[in-house]
Design a binder for this molecule. Sequence first.
Ligand code: BEZ
Length: 218
Amino acid sequence: MSADTSVPQAVAGLRIGDLAPDFEARSTTGPVRLKEFRKRWLVLFSHPADFTPVCTTEFVELSRKAQEFEHRDCALMALSVDSLFSHFAWLRMIRDRFGIEVRFPIVEDPTLVIGRAFGMVAPQDNDSATVRSTFFIDPRGVIRAMTCYPANMGRSIPEMLRMLDALQAIDAQDGLAPANWTPGQPLLRPPTHDLDEVFKSPGETDWFLRDAPTEDKA
Ligand code: BEZ
């Protein structure tokens, strides 16, 4: 396994808008290279450890919803410090206990070279476990959103799907997703930068707070 050497190893401060650092690694579906996932959306997420209760529920629920990610043209990729053989044993246990086959790749990162490049572990942290980081990466390889949950709290899979829906709608309609936005609701129009439009707008908030035209209304 190797991380792209053109990427500084201690870029724990990845930000929205950064290109996701490329890496090659072994995974449960064979060797993976991050760059090869471009042209589609990718949700890359870390989990603290295999064979732990909260992580098991996350993998079961993500696998149940795998088709929903596919419908959004989005691949899933998981990562932890555990070895490939630990991942295999855990997936076998999940299959036997829950009847669910986890078919998206789970990357092994025993040296934490990838986890550190993505800031999934604190650079000085003595605990090798990655936290529950999630990166929403667009088809150009750009990080568009990130979340970070503690080890003792599982992620919401509906919220992951909602975030993906919002990012895709924002791109398609060049709009802004308001609080609690869900698919089917209008986006907001970006505010004007033109003072004449500010003075001409009929209501006092219309120039900066108004729905974007929907496809139906357009
Ligand atoms: C869990 O997935 O249940 C877990 C993992 C690490 C620490 C605590 C809980």
